[in-house]
Design a protein around this ligand. Sequence first.
Ligand code: FES
Ligand SMILES: [Fe+2]
Length: 384
Amino acid sequence: MERPTVTESTLSAVLQPVATARGLPNAHYVDPEMHQLEREKALFDNWVGVAFGKDVREPGSAMPVDFMGQPLLLVRDKAGKLRVFQNTCRHRGMILIEEAGPIRGAIRCPYHSWCYSLEGKLVTTPHVGGPGINIAPEIVREELGLIEIRSHVWQDIVFANISGKAPEFGDYADTLLSRWREFEKPVYHGGPESSFKLEVNCNWKLAVENYCESYHLPWVHPELNSYSKLEDHYHIINSGAFSGQGTLVYNPRLDDTGRKFADFDGLSAKWDKSAEYIALFPNVLLGVHRDHTFAILLQPVDHQTTIEHVEIYYAQQSSLGDDVADLRQKNAAMWRAVFEEDIFVVEGMQRGRNGLKFDGGKFSPAMDEPTHTFHHWVATQLSK
Ligand code: FES
Ligand SMILES: [Fe+2]
């Protein structure tokens, strides 16, 4: 097979305005080497969602995460601060923690028992200077702490910048943070039914491309479309790192007797009816509504396999009560059904990209601009 490469000519076609642009060529979906290049430039050089803070809720808890082959270790210290470390011992490179759970005392390497504090400091090195001698002049503990990966927690999503090259998170997501300033409040995870995973046989980018547009609504989501129609949607375009769509008719009908979830405090009137769905590039898909939010982290397993980690959060603690347990079930089931409806199209687009003569496709300027924005962003990352 001809080896696909990133060339100026293929990317310059993607970097055109929506009316004349092509989409990313097939290689960006079917070629494992291109996947590796995108791993570095689109994912590791930016802020990727790697986990949720609720999974390391208690001080002293730790959880290993493999993100695209990078062994990460999330640790909540005694003061409640969450840190992300490389899950690799500074001695001879052993993986430190294999299972999520509480850390008793220190983070202990199972190989030669070097121990690290929850803040990542190397604190003990048994027999390192010979039997019974726990220090050695060559082993300078201050220089051998765990390697910390830049991280930032927003809306309980743990973001990491693996290469360390991205701007500050607040600058990276600046326009989105301003747009959704009113949702900058505590959120409450719904519980077990509000947490699920979907494994899809597609490149991670296809999940983003599908998520940020509403064009497919009438055919892929007929139930959703029965009350939130195509014409009730608007596009959200940003020259930075996100795009998406919103609806003007958010009106959940989970219960006939009028029970509902409590709303966020202090929202402006816009959010009475509006809800927005935004992909924060590269791999976080977000939804906000006046009474709940959700986030989907895309975990690229390989160039054609992606795991979608879905977590639903509520605006008020009262929405976690037993009196609305059935509503939470219904809400989670509704979202799961919607996300499952999308699987056949993202998987179908993946298979379609084996067609050797597919040229990246043609965008509808009226309907595909959010998706084009993402293609343009990816091409920009690869051109850097
Ligand atoms: S590799 Fe960790 S203590 Fe030796
Ligand atoms: Fe969809």
